[in-house]
Design a protein around this ligand. Structure first.
Ligand code: ATP
Ligand code: MG
Length: 407
């Protein structure tokens, strides 16, 4: 029994992705810029999946899903897009209580959980039943057919129903979104990716703040095996899932290390390695249009990360260094690496270039005067240019990820 005449002709059932904004919801006058970026990123993340119109409604983004791709695929892609707090997949039904019940039962059948609640909102008040009556009627149908229990206080999942002028929308459950701000809204950066645990977490945290990242990995191949290069490529591929495309720069570091080992005092080696990394990274970043470097440094974690050494290392960089992990404990970082899915790759054995020729007692309180004196015998520009010119590039894309030489 149709309860009211629809205000417009009812279309065939449609499927929507309904995303709720994370921090974007707090933005004021320039909120539209964040939303436009989010829409572009969603289209990129859904490459190969046909999307219809997208429209922002209050704190939510409604995206029409045209095809019938499996829900797992939609959920997997949407969960990678920064900017959404959570999202659900909604289907339209005619404005008819029987149709609502059928749709709720069919969706809830596949959703994990033992208890549920129905929550109805009526934008269209002419529907014969009020919100509470719809909640009760749909709740009884779901409980009866699937043997689940209603729990209004603390349900395992919620069935959300919206009564609109042309159709009703039914969504079962909510999926966690990636949070943060849309990639690209904060500009571009270059992340120093070591192959260790910390740097991929640092990169992910900055992407989540809206920074689009490329990656650089310094390697001493062939002085050490190619393992660290392969790990860096795996990590870059994994991180690219969150931003669609990226470039990994593989910068040769053996020659720089050879010169430092030959000509500088032992305890200063690590700090000097790092200062050269910053110089080379700055040059690569400028070429890539990036305006900040990102590292996985955490205050006090190792000898090169004392405040004095960080200051001296930073002094060699030509742009800001962002260190999102600076105040985090190692166990917090490890937990995030596990969540992110990079931990297993990061702990694979390799030989980091910085472990080469490292003194037993590295300097922990380097001063700028001291390192500048030590560096006065180097032709810094030549060393940096050589490394920059010999840097290889690999391009990554997601979806349809492929790794190849970039032009
Ligand atoms: P990670 O777990 O990221 O390797 P770490 O605890 O080993 O960090 P360090 O070795 O002091 O700490 O490195 C500090 C930061 O310097 C790294 O997080 C990374 O951003 C950068 N870095 C170190 N080695 C390399 C490398 N070979 N290539 C690129 N970046 C590097
Ligand atoms: Mg490391």
């Amino acid at each position: 029994m149709p309860l009211i005449e629809p205000l417009t002709t009812p279309a065939s059932p449609r499927r929507y992705l309904i995303g709720r904004y994370h921090e974007i919801a707090l933005k004021g006058r320039n909120q539209w810029r964040f939303i436009e970026q989010l829409k572009r990123n969603l289209r990129d993340a859904f490459a190969g999946i046909e999307l219809g119109a997208m429209r922002s409604e209050g704190p939510r983004l409604m995206v029409e899903l045209i095809g019938e791709e499996p829900e797992e695929l939609i959920v997997e892609r949407a969960a990678l897009v920064f900017g959404l707090q959570n999202f659900s997949i909604s289907r339209t039904t005619p404005l008819d209580i029987e149709a609502l019940k059928r749709e709720a039962v069919s969706q809830a059948r596949h959703y994990p959980g033992r208890t549920f609640a129905v929550r109805t909102r009526r934008a269209e008040k002419r529907f014969a039943l009020n919100s509470m009556e719809i909640d009760r009627s749909v709740g009884a149908a779901v409980a009866g057919e699937l043997g689940l229990k209603v729990d209004l206080e603390n349900p395992d999942f919620t069935i959300a129903i919206e009564i609109m002028p042309a159709a009703a929308y039914v969504a079962v459950g909510k999926h966690p979104g990636a949070g943060g701000l849309p990639v690209g809204i904060a500009g571009r950066g270059l992340a120093l990716l070591s192959g260790g645990i910390d740097s991929p977490v640092a990169a992910w945290r900055m992407m989540r703040r809206g920074l689009r990242l490329d990656f650089v990995h310094f390697h001493s191949y062939p002085l050490v095996s190619a393992a660290s290069r392969e790990k860096a490529a795996d990590l870059a591929a994994h991180l690219t899932r969150f931003e669609g495309h990226s470039i990994l720069m593989l910068a040769p570091f053996a020659e720089v290390q050879r010169e430092i080992v030959a000509r500088a005092l032992r305890p200063l080696r690590v700090v000097l390695y790092r200062r050269f990394m910053m110089r080379i990274a700055t040059a690569l970043a400028l070429r890539a249009g990036a305006s900040a470097l990102v590292t996985g440094e955490s205050l006090g974690q190792v000898a090169s990360q004392t405040l004095a050494n960080m200051t001296v290392i930073e002094n060699a960089a030509g742009m800001p260094i962002l260190r999102p992990l600076v105040g985090m404990d190692k166990n917090e970082i490890v937990e995030q690496a596990r969540m992110l899915g990079t931990f297993e790759t990061s702990i694979l054995p390799d030989q980091d270039c910085c472990s080469l020729f490292v003194p037993a007692h590295p300097e922990t309180r380097a001063t700028i005067a001291e390192v500048e004196r030590a560096e006065s015998c180097f032709d810094i520009d030549r060393m940096v240019t050589m490394a920059v010119d010999a840097t290889e590039k690999q391009r990554f894309e997601f979806p349809h990820r492929r790794a190849e030489q970039a032009a």
